[in-house]
Ligand binder design. Structure first.
Ligand code: FMN
Length: 376
């Protein structure tokens, strides 16, 4: 007998933590740090399994993988080795008890009914702890590997809308349905079983454009926004308030998360030195330049100083917010994000397994003392 779960339990990740913390990108070689240092993240299966168990026991709320099919080359073939995310999530859900594990799925690369059933399978393995991160794709080279066409930006989200509508119908209690859309015409669809516990998985999206954000507001429980370095507290608070207000206008409630890159050491000096060592002195600059070129950022299009700023930004955790400092400083930065209204953060480390114990021992209790998290 499955215990009933509400969608509210799901969006709260089954706990009362006011500021959620997840780990981002551990399914990819080198994770989010475009670095050549020897201890960069190997992302083997055992590494992922040990990390998931450690995170689960320490009270981390979620694991968020990156859907990446082709590495970025450079000296390390950055993110060249990646686990497919729904099977990765299924394996980790089987071996953990509390945390939510997301699968990150490119809607154009998999038929929605196969996807819906994979999600239901993962959700039952995890007894209701699977989450869906829906992405539309931006990397043309990856799509060419599948013989798929990257549609123009607006059409990507129109396609994703029909795709997600079908997934939600397949999850719904309906026994049979037809679907007559622009991209999909389906007849006599049946999809059983349904997701675990009488509700559906948590759905997130990380649209940054107005169209992408509107998609998340219409359809998702969580929006991941990149609150980059240099964006002020007021701007962050305004962004979160605007997203929430737009959701309320259509009768929805949405969590807003961001992405951080943590380098936490006993002293600020040690943290700064290690950060510099990894993502400045030993950045994989060739991989960084490949990534930027794919996004049409090249030296001929930007003044030298601006180009260098963009390179540094990319090397540091693919543009995530750097949280570099001693435990008090990192906890304080997180508290500021929470005060700006953010629901939570997905963080990465250079080596997740080496660095997570210190983070959990030092940061989580500080956030608990600030009233932002339950005690683990
Ligand atoms: C937290 C986060 C996770 C993302 N995960 C992926 C991913 O795994 N694969 C991918 O191709 N794009 C990923 N993206 C890119 C977004 O899906 C999206 O394409 C990007 O933010 C640009 O937004 P837009 O589509 O509104 O232009 C991610 C972005 C963020 C901020």
């Amino acid at each position: 007998m499955q215990p009933k779960r509400s969608l509210r339990d799901r969006t709260a990740m089954n706990n009362n933590n006011g500021f959620k913390i997840g780990l981002f990108g551990a399914n990819c070689s080198s994770g989010r740090a475009v670095t050549m240092v020897r201890e960069r993240w190997p992302a083997g299966w055992d590494d992922n399994l040990n990390l998931a168990k450690m995170a689960d026991e320490a009270g981390v709320d979620f694991l968020l993988p990156v859907a990446r099919w082709k590495g970025y080359g450079g000296d390390t073939d950055y993110q060249g080795g990646t686990w497919e995310t729904v099977t990765w999530a299924s394996g980790l859900l089987a071996k953990t008890e509390r945390l939510v594990v997301f699968g990150t799925v490119h809607a154009p690369l998999i038929p929605p009914l196969i996807a819906a059933k994979e999600f239901v399978t993962a959700d039952h393995i995890g007894e209701g702890r699977f989450g869906l991160n829906l992405v539309c794709g931006w990397n043309e080279g990856e799509f060419e590997m599948f013989g798929a066409t990257l549609r123009d930006h607006e059409a990507r989200y129109e396609y994703a809308q029909e795709w997600l509508d079908i997934v939600k119908l397949a999850w719904s209690p309906r026994e049979n349905f037809d679907f007559d859309g622009h991209f999909f015409k389906l007849q006599g669809v049946r999809a059983k079983p349904k997701p675990y516990g009488g509700t559906r998985p948590l759905i997130m999206n990380a649209g940054a454009s107005p169209t992408g954000q509107a998609f998340a507001i219409r359809n998702c429980d969580a929006l991941f926004s990149n609150i980059s370095n240099g964006i002020s507290f007021d701007e962050t608070a305004r962004h979160v308030a605007n997203v929430r207000a737009s959701a309320r206008q259509v009768g929805r409630d949405i969590g807003v998360y961001t992405v951080g890159v943590v380098t936490c050491r006993p002293t600020a000096r040690e943290a700064q030195d290690y950060w510099h060592h990894c993502v400045v002195d030993n950045a994989d600059w060739r991989a960084v330049d490949n990534i930027l070129a794919m996004k049409n950022v090249t030296p001929d299009k930007h003044p030298p100083e601006e180009f260098q700023r963009l390179r540094s930004h990319q090397a540091n955790g693919m543009g995530g917010l750097p949280l570099v400092g001693d435990p008090d400083a990192v906890a304080q930065q997180m508290a500021q994000l929470a005060a700006a209204g953010l629901t939570g953060i997905a963080v990465s480390f250079v080596n997740y397994l080496d660095e997570l114990p210190y983070f959990c021992a030092e940061i989580l209790p500080r956030l608990a003392r600030l009233g932002l998290r339950e005690r683990a």
